[in-house]
Design a binder for this molecule. Structure first.
Ligand SMILES: *[C@@H]1O[C@H](CO)[C@@H](O)[C@H](O)[C@H]1NC(C)=O
Length: 509
């Protein structure tokens, strides 16, 4: 069995856990006096969870792995990606448990990792650098995917053929077909999300690597202009390849608003502010859709644009405080605008397939809005009910705590965190023996015996958060069950920010 993390860090961790368990409740008595909340000691090790949530991205890497790769059961893969169209598309991330590089969710993942660092990176301590590396792994790829003007390479891999095999990424031999959008086959959704990813990441590297930051921002400007000028949804032109996997069900309007919001934030060019003022309503700024994720960015755009009003005092965006409040009210139980649905155990529940992406993205927006409100000394009013930033933080913390193990099954939904976590995640690389243990190729269909086997996965994809429990808090932990047992980069990306906040505050709100 392959070691999943480098031996030193893993054994240090085990030692720390061991000593902590020797002194439950009185190992650090001074903290008890400063924080007379008894849950402190029963509470979660958010910093450990933060470390793992970022480590997960190393397990999703495609391309040539660096010598400091910590998830060492993974090896190089996809080294000729792009050759089908004579372009270099080596690198980037596999989205989830398969070996396809889907540009649409990869770009959203990048934007959310960047937003996580922008809001809470100052609290990440030693993990800040790892978070930056995780972002750069994506942006290096997105720069390649956007290197030709008015063209974006939006996917590598034929999803249907990939899904009919159960192969390690290192072995894969299904077609590495390349799919692109251009003037004739537009995709404003994937293009504007890619622009958002590049623009948000430019802010991450502004101080640490100014020339890289400028490259990202210049590219973001060009890509957004392309997204806006050649309008259409990529899932029209590329339907057989991107649907039903990452079909743009919500259309491209949400991404144009979200992309413009990020371009405004990154450039401070009033042209984007003007764009938002002129087009906001037609792009759905005040629609009531409230599921924020890889497909629909409206809620995120509302919260992000509310910051410009609340914190930067951009008066012309004052409506976005109201738009953001409406979104927040829809999540709060017990008010006339509430649409909140919870499992009996208390988990926000909106979808059977990968519900945890909804939990992590919502928790991030709650904590982020709480931060803006606090800065501006504001609250939310939901039909006569006053909702404070503290309340928003409490809701978010409860969701993250559920994810980490405070739930009816006492199950952590993050692999490698806590005493009990999913053992049979729907992930090809994690479920097949590593190259180190089994160097011989495992063919397309031979992998399915491992997929169907009840044995635990041999490689621990540390930090992976799976789709999670069903609407009755049940979790069968069965590998074929992709709805509940598959991890995805866009589940983790917003969780990184939420965990940084909670680690800093140690769960004190
Ligand atoms: C989830 O699946 C159950 C059982 O098939 C169904 O009754 C329910 O409506 C689904 N929920 C959602 C949110 O799709």
């Amino acid at each position: 069995m392959a070691l999943s993390v480098s031996f030193t860090s893993f054994s240090t961790l085990i030692l720390l856990c061991f000593f902590a368990s020797l002194f439950p409740g009185n190992a650090f008595p001074s903290q008890l006096y400063h924080h007379p909340n008894h849950r402190r000691f029963a509470s979660h090790n958010y910093r450990d969870a933060l470390t793992k949530s970022i480590l997960f991205f190393e397990g999703q890497r495609s391309g040539k792995l660096p010598s400091n790769q910590r998830l060492s059961w993974r090896r190089d893969s996809g080294l000729s990606d792009g050759s089908a169209m004579h372009v270099d598309l080596v690198g980037g991330y596999y989205d989830a448990g398969d070996n396809v590089k889907f540009g649409f969710p990869m770009a959203f993942t990048t934007t959310m990792l960047s937003w996580s660092v922008l809001e809470f990176g100052g609290l990440m301590q030693g993990e800040l650098q790892n978070a930056r590396v995780a972002i750069r792994w994506a942006t290096d790829y997105l720069l390649k995917a956007t290197s030709h003007p008015n063209t974006i390479y939006v996917q590598v891999g034929d999803a249907n053929k990939d899904h009919s095999c159960w192969e390690r990424p290192e072995d894969m031999d299904t077609p590495r077909s390349v799919f692109k959008i251009d003037k004739n086959t537009p995709g404003s959704d994937v293009a504007a999300e890619t622009a958002a990813a590049l623009a948000s990441a430019s802010l991450i590297f502004r101080k640490s690597d100014p020339s890289y930051s400028r490259l990202l921002l210049t590219r973001a400007i060009r890509v957004f202009a392309f997204a806006n000028k050649y309008r259409g949804s990529y899932s029209n032109g590329l339907k057989p390849y991107v649907c039903p996997f990452y079909c743009s069900y919500s259309g491209y309007q949400d991404e144009l608003l979200w992309g413009a919001a990020w371009l405004h934030k990154a450039t401070r060019n009033p042209a984007y502010l003007n764009y938002i003022q002129v087009n906001g309503q037609s792009l759905g700024a005040d629609e009531s859709d409230n599921v924020f994720g890889w497909d629909n960015k409206h809620a995120g755009a509302r919260i992000l644009l509310s910051k410009a009003f609340l914190v930067q005092k951009v008066q012309v965006l004052h409506d976005y405080k109201g738009h953001a409040d409406n979104y927040i009210c829809s999540l709060i139980p017990g008010n006339p605008f509430s649409q909140a649905q919870y499992t009996p155990g208390g988990l926000l529940f909106r979808m059977n397939d990968s519900n945890m992406q909804y939990v992590t993205s919502t928790s991030f927006l709650l904590l982020t809005y709480a931060k803006y409100l606090t800065t501006a000394h504001k609250v939310v009013t939901c039909g006569g009910m006053t909702v404070t930033p503290k309340r928003l933080r409490a809701i978010a913390k409860k969701q993250v705590d559920y994810l980490l193990g405070d739930n009816p099954l006492k199950m952590s939904y993050m692999v490698g965190y806590g005493g009990r976590y999913p053992q049979r995640i729907h992930h090809r690389g994690s479920s097949l023996p590593s190259i180190a243990v089994h160097p011989a190729k495992i063919q397309c269909s031979s992998g399915f015996s491992a997929m169907k086997s009840p044995s635990p996965n041999p490689n621990i994809l540390v930090g992976a958060v799976v789709g999670g429990p069903d609407q009755h808090d049940r979790f069968p932990d069965q590998r074929p069950d992709y709805e509940q047992s598959e991890p995805a980069t866009y589940i983790n990306a917003p969780l990184v920010g939420a965990l940084a906040y909670l680690a800093h505050s140690s769960g004190q709100l």
